[in-house]
Design a protein around this ligand. Structure first.
Ligand SMILES: NC(=O)c1ccc[n+]([C@@H]2O[C@H](COP(=O)([O-])OP(=O)(O)OC[C@H]3O[C@@H](n4cnc5c(N)ncnc54)[C@H](O)[C@@H]3O)[C@@H](O)[C@H]2O)c1
Length: 734
């Protein structure tokens, strides 16, 4: 133990039991860094060296144990690899990279085999590398409270557990359960963790350290189960008849869930399969080899950049206008208690704010509040809320038709019918009731904010706050800056979005804003393929194989087919025939007007939705296709490219037009807003990691075959010429 130690407090009690309390100064959450690993190793050495110390309990001095590794550290390793490769060659770089990336694994194994018992006393979140630390301890006591969760979520940022996680869970649980856990990356509650074999004890939070000490005092073993001779994994040997049974379904699940787009998931399979046939130390070495490989994949680099680094920066206010005082939002008005308004009222009240929910009459306002009641009851039924939470939440929502109730609101969000005349009337009534400081926000999805603000008496306090449906589930919110919107309105909107625990991106006003505009390109490609005669099931499969969460036809059904037709017609009326696609119009007119199919909402769309049964593609769909292609003549790779390239081109156009001014927002927005293939890191990262030149070549090939919707915009052509990337501008600004 040295003076330099700052991240852990270390003390030994009268019974000779050491307590290492992880409590990093200046941070609200402990995080694994190289310095933390050095200190942990020093603690292991100190425990071993001191004959008076019987064993050691590791705990946290913060409300959470730890969220895991600092992923910027892992990105740094990638940069270091490139530097070494340039200087000393690939082999030397890879050797260094392999050794550096297995640091966690080696320190945890040293702890596990040091000869003295270690116990983890865990409260709050204990995830990723931090849970791998706990797994390497010989005993785990979890706090029995609502906040405690353990898990290995690395897969969500394109990685997999490289600190021994794959090897230890595969030796603690049935192989199938271990694979599920590693594939899903879910957070697990204390009792479930104990039942799964991931923890030994669950105890009241105030007792966890004492229980862990008691285990050591009572002679707890310092030998991990897998280090006991003749240890057998719960599913037996990989090559036993029972052990073999798991691999065919495991491979099938891997394919179904990932479509081979996530190298980390494949590495999990391989690491568990190979590791289980080896002793622990060799298993860990196998895991490390795969980890070093995965860390360098473009999928991991892209996902870490977008889903960890960019999302963290955006959530911490990177795009909030500077020099604007933090806003105090105590009371929020929501006008329009329909589908969206009720959802907005719910998430606002859930964040602890008072809500005034207004509609045209008391019954309509009450119906909105009843929807909030239904949503929170669902949470109670799933064990995620208590009856007291429901009472408190509903007490915060006042449903009324009376605009005077808005008199002390700090912010009002309108979600009335998508009709400029109705909106104009509501804007007038709300502004007449609002206090001078309050901000007015519209949740419109298609009407430009600058146009709506024309009737506002204070357009600098007028902003767009565009939610996605269903509000309670979707994490993205677009904050729309109109031509006259002031910085305080944008800052207030972002503060509000943060308060309701969503991610807000700032989008300059334009038709379709950002997310809807890009995702419409996806749906349109699905329509075009239908009209070309591609079998509908192939279209849907290709969408999912490209990495989208649902096929384009399924997505269109959810949104409503008549809405698509309405938007097409409105665009045609405003911008002329050339602004719309005739194939799309023909298809939607036939489906909506001639066949009365509106989508999921009337249980008949591109799919049929039988009562109580599974949805099925509508058999009549192939009849309305002008011709039908033989499946053998369809190039699925090209379909996948069309889906992603069409959306990425649209995202690039939003940058060119100044609608999006920060690539992080396009990437985060595309994944959270419409599920753009997460393994790419988002719509712009898809281009950046492919390289603009290669992307332009791909787009040009599609343009030659399918026309000008694949024509790359000038910014891409320029980047293709000079090797530029979307993120270059960000680097220069930093
Ligand atoms: N549905 C979506 O997926 C979605 C997504 C994002 C944004 N939006 C936007 O949200 C808004 C509302 O959409 P929705 O789907 O919730 O519609 P909805 O029809 O479910 O709800 C609209 C509500 O507004 C009320 N209303 C109408 N005129 C009013 C007035 N003068 N005063 C007070 N209340 C009035 C209606 O009674 C109704 O309850 C629209 O602007 C829409 O474009 C919708």
């Amino acid at each position: 133990m040295t003076e330099a130690q700052t991240n852990f407090r270390f003390e030994t009690d009268a019974d000779g039991i050491a307590l290492a309390t992880w409590d990093m100064p200046g941070r609200s959450m402990n995080v694994i860094t190289m310095a933390v690993m050095d200190e942990l190793e020093a603690i292991v050495d100190a425990v071993v060296a001191d004959a008076n110390i019987k064993g050691c309990v590791v705990t946290s001095g913060k409300p959470n144990f730890s969220g895991g590794a600092d992923l910027t550290m892992l990105q740094g390793l990638g940069a270091e690899y490139e530097r070494l490769k340039a200087a000393d060659g690939e082999e030397a770089a890879m050797r260094h990279f392999f050794e550096a990336s297995r640091r966690l694994s080696l320190v945890f194994r040293k702890l596990e085999t040091c000869g003295k018992p270690f116990a983890a006393a865990v409260q709050g979140l204990c995830l990723g590398g931090a849970f791998e630390l706990a797994l390497s301890c010989h005993h785990r006591v979890l706090a029995d409270d609502d906040k405690t969760r353990v898990g290995l979520p690395e897969i969500k940022v394109g990685l997999f557990p490289g600190g021994g996680g794959t090897q230890r869970v595969a030796r603690l649980m049935q192989t199938g359960d271990a694979l599920q856990m590693l594939f899903k990356g879910e957070q697990i509650r204390p009792l479930a963790a104990r039942n799964m074999g991931l923890a030994h004890e669950v105890a009241p939070a105030a007792e966890i350290v004492e229980r862990a000490k008691a285990w050591i005092r009572d002679g707890g073993s310092a030998v991990a189960p897998w280090d006991v001779p003749k240890f057998k994994a719960p599913s037996g040997k990989v090559y036993s008849p029972a052990g073999m049974m798991i691999w065919p379904p495991a491979n099938a699940i891997y394919r179904r869930e990932t479509h081979d787009n996530y190298p980390a998931a494949k590495a999990i399979l391989a690491s568990v399969y190979e590791g289980l046939q080896l002793p622990m130390d060799l298993g860990l070495r196998v895991e490390s080899r795969y980890f070093a490989h995965i860390l360098r994949t473009k999928e991991a680099q892209a996902m870490i950049r977008t889903l960890f680094i960019s999302m963290g920066e955006i959530n911490k206010g990177a795009r909030r206008p500077k020099d604007v005082e933090p806003s105090k939002i105590g009371k929020v008005g929501v006008v329009g208690a329909g589908f969206m308004g009720a959802g907005i009222a719910y998430v606002t009240a859930q964040a602890g704010m008072e809500v005034v929910l207004i509609d045209r009459d008391q019954a309509a306002a009450d119906a909105g509040k009843a929807h909030c009641h239904k949503l929170i009851t669902g949470q109670i039924n799933r064990g995620k809320a208590k009856t007291a939470d429901r009472d408190a939440l509903l007490a915060r929502i006042t449903a009324t038709p009376d605009y005077a109730a808005l008199g002390d609101c700090d912010l009002v969000v309108e979600a009335v019918f998508e009709d400029p005349a109705v909106k104009a009337e509501v804007i007038g009534k709300v502004e007449a009731a609002l206090p001078a400081h309050a901000i007015f926000a519209s949740n419109t999805s298609t009407l430009p904010i600058s146009g709506l603000a024309k009737v506002s008496k204070r357009p600098e306090q007028f902003v767009g706050i565009h939610f996605f449906s269903p509000v309670e589930k979707m994490l993205l919110v677009e904050v729309i800056r109109g031509t006259q919107t002031g910085d305080r309105a944008v800052a207030t909107a972002l503060d509000y979005v943060r308060a309701i625990k969503k991610t807000g991106i700032v989008v300059n006003d334009a038709r379709g804003f950002f997310a809807n505009r890009c995702v419409l390109a996806y749906v349109k490609e699905g329509h075009k393929m239908l009209m070309e005669g591609v079998p509908p099931a192939m279209i849907e499969n290709a969408g999912r194989m490209a990495g989208m969460p649902v096929g384009p036809l399924s997505l269109n059904d959810e949104v409503a087919l008549d809405l698509g037709l309405k938007i097409l017609k409105a665009t045609e009326a405003q911008l002329g025939e050339a602004a719309i696609d005739p194939d799309q119009k023909r298809l939607l007119t036939e489906v909506v007007e001639n066949r009365g199919r509106l989508g999921r909402k009337n249980k008949r769309g591109f799919y049929d939705y039988p009562e109580g049964g599974q949805k099925k593609l509508w058999p009549g769909l192939s009849e309305i296709q002008p011709n039908r292609l033989d499946p053998d003549d369809v190039d699925v790779t090209e379909l996948k490219h069309r889906f992603l390239v069409a959306q990425a081109l649209e995202a690039a156009r939003t940058v060119q037009e100044g609608v999006i001014t920060d690539p992080r927002e396009a990437d985060v927005g595309s994944i959270l807003g419409f599920g753009f293939a997460p393994f790419t890191g988002g719509a712009l990262s898809y281009i950046d990691f492919m390289g603009a030149a290669a992307f332009v070549e791909l787009a040009r090939a599609l343009e030659a075959k399918h026309g000008p919707r694949f024509t790359p915009p000038d910014n891409l052509l320029q980047m293709a010429g000079n090797g530029g990337r979307f993120y270059d501008a960000l680097k220069r600004a930093a």
